[in-house]
Design a protein around this ligand. Structure first.
Ligand SMILES: Nc1ncnc2c1ncn2[C@@H]1O[C@H](COP(=O)(O)OP(=O)(O)O)[C@@H](O)[C@H]1O
Ligand SMILES: [Mg+2]
Length: 372
């Protein structure tokens, strides 16, 4: 896939605050790429710059190699679907979708053909004459998508488009959006703060925090090989502890020396170590590499979520085997379950489950990240 859009050293400030800091990113033609990060990290601003609703202070925005930084939005071959769908309430479904073509004075037969095709694509055939105000949230969203796609843009920008829908409908729409994107083969640039949504829909995920890109990669890269403590914590659950890389493939943490698979660090380099809760095996204390006291056990349906105190640091473990809430247990960790990361400004901020509760978790990493 060729590069379609490039952001080079792009920065933007509001009221003296830098909200985007030297962003470098390219987006391939036909790619489903997602900007993922906590609220306030600059996702919408980046999307608005790409769409032409905002201009960068520094840096360049290229479309097929040409600088489009000062090309007005309507000339960019880029359309946007907003979270609030902004449909015209006085027009029916057909006229809402036909609207961009009418502006362009497209012939009536053409309009009819294209609206019919589009309705089929978003599974709303037969809804032509319905008033948009009688539609459900999911149906309104599909009308908004059809309207954004009917003028054949090269790129569709979607800013938290499913934010207003309930969970079940959200899941359905995620699949539908992915199917539509594959069917028409254009580039989707999608914004969300929901990591599960980003992982399940995207070809490429761009993890952002504090106006900077933390990592760019496939969903599996981002999950399995997080670049720093922020990414490890933001994507899924993570135990993140301080470690010392003794030599290649040997790391010490929690007073034990572990075999691992990573290398390329300086001798005795201080590192962050991440271990996913599902990669820890519960064993007899005598067989454990680490031992500790269970402090809570929560049934989650597929697995139990177990919090274990290991030398004052609380680990989260997910296991399908039941463990008593006050048991003394051993932990066993395979070498490939241990992922080593460079120290960063996010070191020490995340990855301890001491203050863990369901409620805190739901308040989300977003607010934690906003603290600095
Ligand atoms: N037009 C604006 N004027 C002033 N501040 C803004 C404006 N737009 C965004 N911001 C600020 O820029 C930061 C990034 O915002 P935004 O790009 O909307 O983040 P996100 O979409 O990731 O939540 C926030 O601190 C926000 O308050
Ligand atoms: Mg936003």
């Amino acid at each position: 896939m060729a590069k379609l859009i490039e952001l080079k050293g792009l920065s933007k400030s509001f009221d003296g605050e830098k909200v985007l800091n030297a962003i470098d990113l390219y987006i391939r033609d036909g790619e489903f790429i997602t900007l993922l990060g906590p609220s306030g990290c600059g996702k919408t601003t980046m999307l608005r710059i790409i769409g032409g609703f905002e201009t960068a202070d520094e840096g360049r925005l290229l479309f097929e190699g040409t600088d489009i930084g000062h090309v007005p939005a309507y000339k960019r071959h880029i359309n946007t679907v907003f979270q609030k769908y902004a449909l015209f309430p006085h027009l029916n479904v057909y006229e809402n979708i036909a609207f961009p073509l009418r502006l362009k004075k497209v012939k009536e037969d053409d309009i009819q053909q294209r609206v019919t095709d589009m309705l089929k694509m978003v599974a709303l055939s037969g809804f032509e004459n319905k008033s948009v105000s009688t539609l459900s949230g999911g149906q309104q969203q599909r009308v908004a998508i059809a309207r954004a796609l009917i003028s054949h843009p090269r790129v569709l920008l979607l800013d938290e488009p499913l934010g207003a829908l309930d969970l079940k409908l959200r899941k359905d729409m995620q699949n539908e959006l992915k199917t539509i994107q594959k069917a028409i083969g254009i580039t989707f640039i999608y914004v969300t703060h929901d990591q599960e949504e980003a992982l399940s829909m995207s070809d490429t995920v761009v993890v952002m925090a504090d106006g900077e890109i933390q990592q760019i990669g496939t969903p599996t890269d981002i999950y399995n090989e997080p670049k720093n403590a922020f990414v490890a914590d933001f994507i899924g659950e993570s135990n993140i502890v301080d470690g010392i890389m003794l030599e290649d493939k040997k790391v010490k943490f929690s007073s034990h020396i572990f075999d691992c698979v990573d290398g390329g660090f300086a001798k005795n380099e201080a590192v962050d170590v991440v271990v996913r809760p599902e990669d820890v095996d519960v064993v007899e204390p005598s067989r454990g590499m680490l031992t500790g006291q269970v402090t809570s056990v929560t049934f989650k349906g597929v697995h139990y979520e177990i919090i274990v105190d290991i030398g004052g640091f609380k680990w989260m473990i997910q296991s399908t085997d039941y463990v008593a809430p006050d048991a003394y247990i051993g932990l066993y960790i395979e070498p490939d379950a241990i992922h080593i990361m460079k120290k960063s400004k996010y070191s020490g901020k995340f990855g301890d489950y001491s203050s863990f509760s369901d409620e805190l978790d739901r308040l989300s990493d977003a607010e934690l990240a906003e603290e600095f």
